[in-house]
Design a protein around this ligand. Sequence first.
Ligand code: ZN
Length: 183
Amino acid sequence: MLLMKDIVREGHPALREVAAEVSFPLTEEEKKLGQEMLQFLKNSQDDELAEKYGLRGGVGLAAPQLAVTKRIIAIHVPDENEKYYSYVLYNPKIRSHSVQQACLAGGEGCLSVDREVPGYVVRSERITVEAFDETGKPFKLRLRDYPAIVVQHEIDHLNGIMFYDHINKENPAYLPPDVDVLG
Ligand code: ZN
């Protein structure tokens, strides 16, 4: 099982690379990695397991965070109705996004960043993502608000982008007009 020691932290070159697409059929290793990434997120949200293994709670994880520069992400994230979006996405692509933007009131965090970075990270409020599952079957997710923000954060990791790259340098508390502040 994956543990915090398996997650690389900022400064590691894998976090700044553009990750490569996977090809299908996946290798056993690629399938196992996706499954383990999702399991890590579930474990990290289980109070007992998180305490036992010293896991920081996470809702999303990208393969480059494990120093594997391939286009694989996992999410295990609730919406405002506690409906869980629990998926491994291979080669995810944002097909469309809303003009409306949103950000989290408390800013964002990252399992690869061991410090608080204050500031608003403005993203699309709604996205449509296409991806492949581990069998190579394509699927589509329509997401809004928190789950949409988490997927955008994870896809950024596949392009070497960290969440704080989006924060206004002069004024981290700057918010453009008409951005929905969530949570
Ligand atoms: Zn992250």
